[in-house]
Design a protein around this ligand. Sequence first.
Ligand code: NAD
Length: 274
Amino acid sequence: MHRFSLAGRTALVTGAARGLGRAFAVGLAEAGADLVLVDLPDAPGLARTEAAVRAHGRRAHVHTQDLARTGELSALADRVRADLGGPLHILVNNAGTAALERYNTITPESWQRVMRVNVDAVFFLSQRIAEHMVADGVPGRIITVTSKNALVAEAGLAHYNASKAAAQLLTETLAVELAPHGITANTLAPGMVETPIDGEFPFDREEFEAAYRARIPLGRYADPDECVGALLLLASDAGAYLTGTRLVVDGGVLADQMPRMRFMPPYRNTVPRP
Ligand SMILES: NC(=O)c1ccc[n+]([C@@H]2O[C@H](COP(=O)([O-])OP(=O)(O)OC[C@H]3O[C@@H](n4cnc5c(N)ncnc54)[C@H](O)[C@@H]3O)[C@@H](O)[C@H]2O)c1
């Protein structure tokens, strides 16, 4: 298991106050990393994530920041490095935002809000932190949380889908440019995860989720914790030769684009029971 150990490493997780961000922060702490937790100034769950990281005996530095204010991200990276008093090894671009809107109701404001957080912030925070990693000579790890929606379209999410595809390609470009410095950059693309991200639903949520579950080969949404193993692979020495890849954690959704399984004859096992 030494390949997965993050003892002596530092990791920054954006959107750490809840959902996947909290699970990632706690998972990284469990693997031995000290944490920098970033979220909105009024994010209520940040203290809970901080306490969970400390409960694993790791340091937790909290930096509140609206990532949509992209002009401030270079200074945020500099503050984080000064606060750590040493290098940052792992950046997890996890914060993201979504909105469910038909293509012809998306306003320029809504489009830009999604793009600013899901694309612009990912790029400008990675840009400065990668410069630090190069200057500090660390084998850094950049992990951008995208989505299965970076790879396939989904109705009502033109801005979100486009933003995740853009985040994927910018991360892959960083992988190429940073490879000579021994820094890797990869995307982790979840499918459906039990988190509050979708917020207010303009339709019956139970019916919607049941229809979704029926399209997931594993038959259920993921618990945020079920994405942590993939993150630790990308963050640790175990993933040293992985760069520019897309690690999809979706319960099989992308493998099965058509509903044929529903029409298959009942399963019959031909192997006798022991
Ligand atoms: N939940 C899913 O089903 C799912 C599926 C695929 C991909 N994802 C991606 O996973 C990531 C995490 O999603 P989640 O489901 O945990 O979402 P979430 O809404 O539960 O958590 C997102 C966190 O990001 C923070 N955040 C949002 N905008 C911010 C900003 N401008 N500045 C600073 N912090 C900000 C929020 O305060 C929140 O704490 C996102 O990038 C999302 O697109 C989620």
